[in-house]
Design a protein around this ligand. Sequence first.
Ligand code: SAM
Length: 285
Amino acid sequence: MNYRHAFHAGNHADVLKHMVLVNLLEALARKDSPYFVLDTHAGRGHYLLAAAESRKTAEAEEGVFKLFGQARLHESIERYLRAVQSHNPVGALLAYPGSPLLIAQHLRQQDRLAACELQPEEAQRLRELFHHDSRVAVHTRDGYGAIKALLPPRIGQTRFGRGLVLIDPPYETQDAEYRQIIASVREGLGRWPHATWAVWYPIKQRRTLLPFLRKAAALPARSIWLAELQVRADDSPLRLAGSGMLMINAPWQLEQAIAPALPILQNLLGQAGATTRLEWLKQPE
Ligand code: SAM
């Protein structure tokens, strides 16, 4: 059983991932036409920060908790914090929403989410969470297989021209995961060319990332950029020093909403040697 992610809910990697995700969802909602989201590695959708397993590593205390005590932050961070706050109606931060819940709370009546989760128990939690929400379909299946099976998305009479694929795997076998991501995005771009692809990746030893990012830069996409938050200077395979979001065909000017938020996160969450970057791998023509 893989409960690893539950231990880390609300850590610096979730802050970066979910801050970018919430801003991306708000950008998608600027047009009336329906959008579709495929969350390939959805997790259970909802985490209790007060639970023993979350406290054990106290990673949320080094992450989202540090942001909650602050006076007004940049609007892009505030959007994310409002989304987290809405799951904590009594004020205190007790619960943390995972990606499918953040996505579902942004869906309009015409939009749809397919959430894939391989672990049956996690998928069951997800199914219970969305029991009453007909806009959300939960699939207990491999998320990469879903790229082939579910794209391009069509539900009843609706063909979804636009939308998002979020790829957030556990990276248990790092090199195999990189290969799978590149192959899946390449296939998916052919199937659903106007969608945005958001791929989360861990930063441990930087040099292991370079071939992955080089291959990503060569994908047949309109635009590609990445946003990274590294909270410590480590360069070790053993500990997460930070993480990044690889953004393929992102909505126009989304990077301008994300860039000013990164140094603020670095100041609030980073230790000595913390860095951030926002870099284009392929500029739109
Ligand atoms: N995206 C979630 C979020 O932001 O809240 C967190 C996802 S967690 C990092 C990764 C999840 O992927 C785990 O729940 C794990 O069980 C699941 N998983 C692992 N391999 C998978 C696969 N091939 N297809 C779908 N889910 C998978």
